[in-house]
Design a protein around this ligand. Structure first.
Ligand SMILES: [Zn+2]
Length: 244
């Protein structure tokens, strides 16, 4: 900018700004087009700048967002609900993709931990009002993936006994344990139909994956809750030709 223009700007600031504003309003389309073109031409630079600025002002931005959300909670929730009602499918698709991100997972776990009682009540209420539907859904889900339900049941048993690992082990962990043993009973080698706690829960065994092995129904009932120590288990398995 030339010195003359700078001086003019300083003395006629209001007029200049007003003129600029007028020009922008009168040529809105043209201005927007030019802006978009400039942004596209310098996209990488602009994005880098924005990222840097976001990183520096992260706390400030989050605080502002939080405030804005709290002030407009009703409107925002209403809009979200309306969008979901119109096009739930695309929202669900987006969320599914988003859910795999670690950050979201952490947030969700936090929410579950903070609102356990509220969630439980909400679910109970839903089940009561959708009774038949829930039973039908549960039946269908069970037939599709029974191992999930077996895992949940095993966890419930473990929790009743206040076993360590009850909150840790998932159906996937159990599936991996089964795969290690080729889905065969670890004692006799028959097709496994249950999950065994090698050191029984009743004897203080844990529900961590390391204590879980696939077992057949017959061996499971024979073994029961007997526990004579690790050496006994190893001998038991070696006598059957199993390798631990
Ligand atoms: Zn067996």
């Amino acid at each position: 900018m030339s010195t003359y223009r700078q001086m003019y700007y300083r003395t006629h600031k209001e007029q200049v700004l007003m003129a600029n504003r007028k020009y922008r309003i009168a040529n809105a389309e043209e201005v927007s087009k030019r802006k978009k073109a400039a942004r596209a031409a310098n996209w990488d630079k602009i994005r880098a700048q924005e990222r840097r600025s976001c990183a520096v002002n992260r706390e400030k931005i989050l605080e502002r967002k939080r405030k804005c959300y709290l002030a407009n909670k009703e409107t925002i929730c209403g809009e979200k609900k309306a969008k979901y009602a119109i096009d739930g499918e695309s929202v669900r698709r987006y969320m599914k993709q988003y859910r795999t991100r670690d950050q979201y997972r952490e947030q969700r776990n936090q929410y579950i931990a903070n609102n356990a009682e509220k969630i439980k009540q909400r679910e109970r209420k839903y089940r009561m009002t959708h009774r038949g539907l829930h039973a039908e859904q549960a039946r269908r889900a069970y037939h599709e993936r029974p191992e999930i339900y077996h895992a949940i049941k095993a966890r419930r048993r473990a929790m009743e006994r206040v076993a360590s690992g009850a909150n840790y082990t998932t159906a996937t962990h159990i599936q991996h344990r089964k795969e290690i043993w080729g889905n065969l009973c670890w004692i006799c080698g028959a097709v496994a139909t249950a999950t065994d706690h090698v050191k029984p829960l009743a004897a203080g065994g844990s529900h961590f994956p390391a204590n879980l092995r696939p077992i057949c129904k017959s061996c499971n009932s024979k073994k029961g809750s007997t526990w004579k120590g690790v050496n006994h288990v190893n001998m038991f398995a070696k006598a059957k030709g199993c390798h631990l």
